[in-house]
Design a protein around this ligand. Structure first.
Ligand SMILES: *[C@@H]1O[C@H](CO)[C@@H](O)[C@H](O)[C@H]1NC(C)=O
Ligand SMILES: *[C@@H]1O[C@H](CO)[C@@H](O)[C@H](O)[C@H]1NC(C)=O
Ligand SMILES: *[C@@H]1O[C@H](CO)[C@@H](O)[C@H](O)[C@H]1NC(C)=O
Ligand SMILES: *[C@@H]1O[C@H](CO)[C@@H](O)[C@H](O)[C@H]1NC(C)=O
Ligand SMILES: *[C@@H]1O[C@H](CO)[C@@H](O)[C@H](O)[C@H]1NC(C)=O
Ligand SMILES: *[C@@H]1O[C@H](CO)[C@@H](O)[C@H](O)[C@H]1NC(C)=O
Ligand SMILES: *[C@@H]1O[C@H](CO)[C@@H](O)[C@H](O)[C@H]1NC(C)=O
Ligand SMILES: *[C@@H]1O[C@H](CO)[C@@H](O)[C@H](O)[C@H]1NC(C)=O
Ligand SMILES: *[C@@H]1O[C@H](CO)[C@@H](O)[C@H](O)[C@H]1NC(C)=O
Length: 743
């Protein structure tokens, strides 16, 4: 009796064992870990913690899913969007979105219908994965863009000239562009100058969407009628990255809400511009790092392929160890039979194998280490060469001008920036992150670390650096050097202490910025751009003029930065795909159409900066309702209706200033002309601003001669005077004080 029960127990034990092995083999991914009492699945989708169905089950509201039945199918919804898949290991979620923008021409009625697709992830833990997704444009004669808060990216697709091909999306009927890093919002829209209407009797449609790369495969039929939309049933998958909270690991670790609670788990910083973190299981462990005890040891020895080769595998916590049978020896961590080895190993006696093995392991380890070092050095050298470092080096030796220009080693910059610590970050932009650094020579610098560089620019980088190194103008941020021995070169600039013009205008500091200061900044910046366009040995287009690229020093002298940033911006030279990149609100409309950057594009963008100075409004307001989203449009319509005062900043609106304000507005209008030809050159703009500045100064002195005198005579008395409300003069005064105190 007892015997029988025992054997039955054994039997069921076996079945359990076999089942669990099959289970382990069938699912390469570990099953979802969920808190007890919470559903671990909704429909076909695994729901691992921190996700959960309902408030009690989710870590926080951002991970609260609604498990509901839509058209007879049970599915989890995040907000109103269907969740298809959640991956803890990759910290991603795949959503099924309707964010497809389309426009269709109906030849029968001669009408064009369209719908704008968009996705807004603001205030959610998500952003769009730039690795797994791509911007897709489909159509014959279609130029479309995706617009985010700081990016406009698009491409052109045509059906003329090249035959359409299945599985090929590179300009013929379909084109694609890379998704910018770390974006949470986008909308797709079409350039109205390109209409897909030629296609005879049938309906012809154009599309733009952002979707999972792996889920898209171009079919020639997609350009016909509504086939693309129908194939996907109006919904495309998109892969989103998610993070637990908006704080870096370093800060999060010290809080009670720190989410990586499992033993053997680790914190991973997000790769976006903003700080954030998620968790993972340490190497050798797998499971759910968000649950206590969630990370379990991986039994490497159970893998289909023995990690020890022909040897004996023994699992350890977080790792495994190998030992070899007699007649085998270990190489690269696996055991192989001795007869397969080269002759010198064959001669080795098998006796004393344990000692020999230890020696061999050490020798292999050393060899690997040396090999690694050499590989690293070779890699650095390869990058250096690839970026034209050799040419640059040679040229610099033969030229005097680039004296101050220095080629930094990666190590030097790591030291200067405390290993690129988050705390040193002073700016994040479209192309990369800027760190504050302190060189050994006690010089403060700004180190710009870019995210990507395309092939074309890689080759010419050294040459371009040489041009930029020779720029020497008091209103241009000086490029001190670069570092070429990394995959994406880093740039080292002079450090400018007082923030950006954007912060000055839109920041919440409560100061009033006088018209004179504003004019000074405008004039400085115009001088700098004028110098770049015509003064420097090779004309340099800035390509991204905006208030956040104008830096201010202690005396509110402006310095233009990021010139030649266009060098690092990806551009695709291929015939069909054209990438337009810049900053919303500042982009020259002509450039958007021709994709040809000219000096007049900089003039346009500068016109927008002038508007910012005049109105203290942001150039592009995505949140604004109604039509007048762009500052330039708002300004143009105000000018047309003769109601300039309405949009001027209250801080400078004043009877005495009106004449000068009108002149500046007139200049801005001129800069914002639709056609580049009609815009003034940067040189003309600078001259005009200089005249206005002098005129202004003169006016003020005439009105307040005594005040100026007393200011010059008694700086200390003036320090407490309330008469000097104008910041410009408090600055003049500071200069006087400094002068008198001998500084
Ligand atoms: C879940 O989604 C359904 C359908 O969209 C909706 O009717 C329901 O109110 C949602 N439930 C919760 C708790 O949000
Ligand atoms: C994680 O990402 C890798 C590489 O992109 C992919 O191969 C893998 O399938 C992903 N895993 C999951 C569970 O999505
Ligand atoms: C593309 O594939 C479809 C079937 O999926 C086929 O009907 C069509 O002829 C193919 N087009 C070309 C150009 O090969
Ligand atoms: C394209 O179509 C739109 C909407 O019908 C129309 O307003 C626009 O003028 C057309 N553009 C061209 C170049 O035909
Ligand atoms: C995405 O939604 C479409 C339309 O509802 C549907 O046909 C498709 O099966 C969904 N994708 C997945 C993976 O569920
Ligand atoms: C962690 O927080 C405590 C109190 O909030 C503080 O005293 C301590 O210095 C912090 N530790 C670190 C490493 O930041
Ligand atoms: C496992 O052990 C091997 C050698 O014993 C070592 O090289 C490897 O780094 C270890 N892996 C982990 C995850 O600790
Ligand atoms: C986690 O680690 C701590 C200390 O290292 C130990 O006391 C605890 O038992 C561990 N928990 C689990 C579930 O292994
Ligand atoms: C995106 O959503 C946020 C919050 O839900 C909202 O404040 C913002 O206006 C939205 N942006 C756009 C462009 O719709």
């Amino acid at each position: 009796m007892t015997k029988l029960r025992y054997s039955r127990f054994l039997l069921s034990g076996h079945i359990f064992l076999i089942l669990s092995v099959i289970w382990a083999l069938a699912t390469a991914d570990v099953p979802a870990g969920q808190r007890s009492g919470c559903p671990a699945k909704c429909g076909d989708v695994d729901i691992p913690f921190p996700y959960g169905v309902g408030k009690e089950c989710a870590l926080h509201d951002g991970f609260n899913l609604n498990c509901t039945t839509v058209e007879g199918v049970e599915m989890p919804l995040a907000g109103h969007i269907q969740v298809i898949k959640i991956s803890l290991a990759n910290s991603t979620a795949t959503l099924n979105t309707t964010a497809i923008s389309w426009k269709c021409y109906h030849p029968a009625t001669g009408t064009m219908n369209s719908e704008k697709g968009w996705l807004n992830l603001t205030n959610t833990p998500y952003w769009i994965s730039e690795v797994d997704n791509t911007v897709i444009v489909i159509g014959c004669n279609t130029l479309a863009y995706m617009r985010s808060s700081a990016y406009v990216i698009g491409c052109f697709s045509t059906c003329e000239g090249t035959a359409l091909e299945n599985n090929t999306c590179s300009g013929a009927g379909c084109c694609q562009a890379d998704v910018p890093k770390g974006i949470q919002y986008y909308e797709g829209y079409f350039n109205g100058n390109y209409n897909n209407t030629k296609n005879s009797q049938d309906i012809s449609c154009s599309y733009i969407t952002v979707m999972e790369k792996a889920a898209f495969n171009f079919k020639t039929s997609y350009v016909k009628s509504t086939v693309f939309y129908d194939t996907y049933k109006g919904k495309v998958p998109i892969v989103l990255n998610w993070q637990i909270a908006e704080s870096a690991c370093m800060d999060a670790k010290n809080t009670s809400s720190y989410a990586c609670v499992s033993n053997h788990s680790a914190c991973v910083d997000s790769t976006t511009h903003k700080p954030g973190y998620h968790c993972k299981c340490s190497d050798g462990y797998e499971g759910n790092p968000y649950l206590a005890g969630g990370c379990q040891d991986i039994d490497e020895c159970q893998r289909l392929v023995n990690p020890c080769g022909d040897g004996i595998c023994k699992n350890t916590l977080g790792n495994y160890s190998c030992s070899c049978y007699p007649g085998n020896y270990m190489t690269n961590g696996i055991c192989v039979p001795i007869q397969k080895t080269p002759s010198r190993f064959q001669a080795m006696p098998v006796v004393g194998a344990s000692v020999g093995l230890v020696v061999l392991v050490i020798a292999v380890a050393c060899a690997c280490l040396i090999q690694e070092r050499r590989k690293l050095r070779n890699m650095k050298l390869a990058y250096f060469r690839q970026h034209g470092g050799t040419i640059l080096f040679e040229e610099m030796r033969s030229q005097q001008g680039a004296d101050a220009f220095k080629i930094f080693s990666e190590e030097e910059l790591q030291q200067a920036t405390n290993r690129f610590s988050e705390k040193q970050v002073i700016g994040r932009g479209g192309h990369g992150t800027v760190y504050k650094g302190l060189l050994k020579s006690n010089v403060e610098v700004a180190v710009k670390r870019c995210m990507t560089i395309d092939e074309q620019h890689k080759k010419e980088f050294g040459k371009e650096m040489l041009i930029l190194a020779q720029i020497n103008h008091r209103n241009v941020v000086k490029l001190l050097g670069c570092c070429l021995e990394v995959e994406v070169p880093m740039l080292v600039y002079e450090f400018v202490p007082n923030g950006t013009l954007f912060d000055l205008i839109h920041g919440n500091h409560g100061w009033r910025i006088s018209l004179a200061t504003r004019l000074g900044i405008a004039h400085d910046s115009a001088e700098a751009l004028s110098y770049l366009h015509s003064g420097a040995s090779t004309p340099i287009l800035h390509g991204d003029v905006k208030s956040s690229n104008i830096l201010l020093d202690d005396n509110h002298k402006a310095k233009v930065s990021d010139f030649g940033a266009s060098i690092l911006a990806p551009t695709d030279e291929s015939q069909f795909v054209t990438l337009v990149q810049g900053t919303c609100g500042y982009l020259d409309p002509e450039y958007m159409q021709t994709c040809q950057l000219t000096d007049k594009s900089d003039v346009y963008s500068f016109g927008v900066v002038l508007l910012e100075l005049l109105t203290c409004k942001k150039p592009f307001n995505l949140d604004a309702l109604g039509q007048e989203k762009s500052l330039s449009m708002m300004f143009m319509s105000a000018m047309k209706e003769n109601r300039l005062e309405v949009i001027l900043d209250d801080g400078i609106k004043d009877e005495d200033n009106m004449e000068i304000l009108e002149e500046i507005a007139e200049l801005a209008k001129h800069c914002l002309e639709m056609s580049g030809e009609n815009r003034p050159s940067m040189k003309e703009v600078a001259e005009k601003l200089d005249r206005l500045r002098k005129m202004m100064h003169h006016t003020w002195l005439q009105q307040n001669p005594e005040e100026m005198e007393s200011l010059l005579e008694e700086p200390s008395a003036m320090a407490h005077s309330t008469i000097v409300s104008d910041q410009y003069f408090s600055i003049e005064k500071k200069a006087v004080t400094n002068l008198q105190s001998g500084r």
